[in-house]
Design a protein around this ligand. Structure first.
Ligand code: UD1
Length: 419
């Protein structure tokens, strides 16, 4: 498996163009299953292992996908409704085909994604929503087998007991072709949900309230092709902003959306960052790194997807800090690796206590999940000496063109292709 060799200690200076958001692109791709006619063109489309996995799954279901530069064209009609384990277990977001298949074709068989390194990650809320829309759902031999009534899914009120991004997205897509009105309460409010609702509305859907905790969907008969821009990746933006601070660099992040990152920006300002924003640009630099306590929360709270990166930063802060993870129960896989680099971290339950050290030292380290991987890259960029990060396939799931983006800003980073 590939690894990255990083010689640390070089401040990152220059410009990075932020890619389209992985977490927006995946549900938008699943909308291709809802098309009755025409094609769905996604612009600012990120070429990543995860979007590739979703493309493979959709092609397996019978859709056609053409990807050129940063455009993806999705068209055609599914000829089977089965999402098998070997495709779903590569990426949990594959569960997003459940709602579209069920509402458009009345039937879906989607493998349960299983656990993953950051926690058990059940899909009970997705299933609860499909049942509330009238589907009969059974779990048979590790598969969710769902059947809509003959007359199709029927609008209803769904009150999620817990905020879930994926379950909100699956429900919006399913309800968009259901009969009558669906109201989702305690809905997720992420910018990716707004991107999805806007795209579906362009396709002919009737969705209001996206971005608030109550979303109303009035079902329509057909959805047609459109062109939609994938919003910029706020997690990639936040990751590079933290990398700029940690290496004492100066980065200009283009194609970024400052509004999506207000909570992170506030936290980074407290930790000594100098941040300037203008339209779609964020400039990040700093003089010192101060300790700040953080806890992750649902949007617009501090994103769990930036927790690992922020922890790397706190490892070299001037004092003690605490990070509490509230979304996933096992999202501290980066901690033992950071400790190998000389970090002082103590984990107790969902809380990590960090005592800042002057510098981290390069070491052989292992990536364990997507966001843990980037936190190690950031740590290695600031560390003294060489680090070798193995298992970087995790990184390729969510960071487009990362070696080029970083080396253009002065990083010494190279990929070693292992057999
Ligand atoms: C999405 C993001 C992921 C991010 C996460 C939280 C995508 C493709 N992925 O994941 O990067 O870390 O939001 O911001 O957009 N839960 C249940 N039952 C369910 C579904 C979720 O208990 O049926 C729990 C989860 O275990 C977790 C919490 O709800 O504790 C939030 O998960 P959710 O928002 O659903 O995350 P994803 O949509 O999988």
């Amino acid at each position: 498996m590939d690894s990255l060799i990083i010689q640390g200690g070089n401040p990152l200076r220059g410009k990075i163009k932020i890619s389209g958001a992985k977490n927006a692109a995946l549900p938008l791709m699943a909308c291709g299953l809802l098309l009755s006619k025409g094609s769905l063109e996604l612009t600012s489309f990120p070429k990543l292992a995860d979007t590739n996995s979703m493309a493979t799954l959709l092609i397996n279901l019978g859709l056609k996908i053409e990807i050129k530069n940063d455009n993806a064209l999705i068209f055609g009609r599914p000829n089977n409704f089965n999402a098998p384990y070997d495709l779903v277990n590569k990426m949990r977001a594959s569960i997003l085909v459940l709602g579209p298949l069920l509402t458009r074709f009345g039937s879906a068989r989607v493998s349960l994604p299983g656990g993953c390194s950051i926690g058990t990650r059940p899909v009970d809320l997705h299933i609860k929503a499909m049942k509330a829309l009238g589907a009969k759902v059974k779990i048979i031999k590790g598969y969710v087998e769902a059947q809509a009534p003959k007359e199709g899914l029927k609008g209803c009120i769904i009150n999620f007991p817990k905020v879930s991004v994926g379950a909100t997205e699956n429900t919006i897509m399913a309800a968009s072709l259901a009969k009558g009105e669906t109201i989702i309460t305690n809905a997720a409010k992420e910018p990716e949900i707004i991107n999805l609702a806007n795209c579906l509305n362009e396709m002919g859907a009737k969705i209001s309230g996206a971005g608030t905790n109550e979303i109303k969907i009035t079902g329509v008969k057909v959805l047609l092709g459109t062109k939609c821009k994938v919003i910029s990746d706020r997690i990639e933006t936040g990751s590079y902003a933290i990398a700029s601070l940690m290496t004492k660099g100066e980065l200009e992040l283009n194609n970024a959306e400052p509004l999506y990152l207000s909570e992170l920006n506030e936290t980074l300002l407290k930790s000594g960052a100098i941040i300037k924003t203008s339209q779609d640009k964020i400039f990040v630099s700093s003089k010192s790194i101060l300790p700040v306590n953080v806890e992750t929360g649902v949007y617009p709270g501090f994103p769990t997807d930036l927790q690992a990166q922020f922890m790397s930063l706190m490892c070299i802060a001037n004092g003690k800090s605490e990070i509490k993870e509230n979304i996933f129960e096992n999202r501290f896989m980066h901690v033992p690796e950071l400790i190998r680099m000389g970090a002082k971290i103590n984990v107790n339950g969902g809380i990590a206590k960090i005592k800042g050290v002057k510098k981290l030292n390069g070491a052989p380290i292992m990536a364990t999940d997507l966001r843990a991987s980037i936190s190690l890259v950031i740590a290695a960029l600031s560390a003294k000496g060489e680090s070798q990060i193995s298992n970087v396939f995790h990184l390729d799931r969510g960071y487009e063109d990362i070696e080029n983006k970083l080396s253009n800003c002065g990083a010494k980073i190279k990929r070693v292709f292992n057999k």
